[in-house]
Design a protein around this ligand. Structure first.
Ligand SMILES: [Zn+2]
Length: 138
């Protein structure tokens, strides 16, 4: 079965003042991540301080959106009935060295494996929320 985005009425993220820039960029097809201006550590999920040196000198930068599957699991029993199963949740290691939790779509679930090269793709879920997901690099 081919991994695909959810089409039902699933619960969506609620942007905050802190995470707003990330979600605004997703609507424009860009994947933003915070980077520390002092030690250059990438910080995700959005924070008010660097997770490495505690500096508050964080800025939003654009990721290449390319990476690899760091870990994944295919869900066959949904936590909520709104979710269509199966779906694959994965930790993606972006090429800049940071990680994010997302979904892998666009290939059979059984083809998804650790180390698989992927690239970001954006799925509009509502007027406000576009979710970043990852697909195999062609
Ligand atoms: Zn830092």
């Amino acid at each position: 079965m081919r991994a695909a985005p959810q089409t039902g009425d699933i619960p969506l993220p609620r942007p905050t003042k802190l995470s707003g820039p990330h979600w605004n960029a997703c609507r424009e097809g860009k994947l933003l991540v915070q980077q520390c201006g002092d030690c250059e550590t990438y910080v995700f999920i959005p924070q008010t301080q660097c997770t490495s040196c505690y500096s508050q000198n964080l800025a939003w930068v654009e990721s290449s959106g390319r990476g690899t599957v760091y870990s994944s699991t295919t869900v066959h029993r949904p936590q909520r009935l709104e979710f269509e199963v199966p779906y694959t949740v994965a930790i993606i290691e972006l090429e800049e060295g940071w990680h994010m939790l997302s979904n892998v779509i666009g290939c059979p679930h059984e083809d998804i494996e650790v180390g698989m090269p992927v690239e970001v793709t954006f799925q509009k879920m509502s007027d406000e929320i576009t979710l970043p997901m990852f697909r195999p690099v062609a």
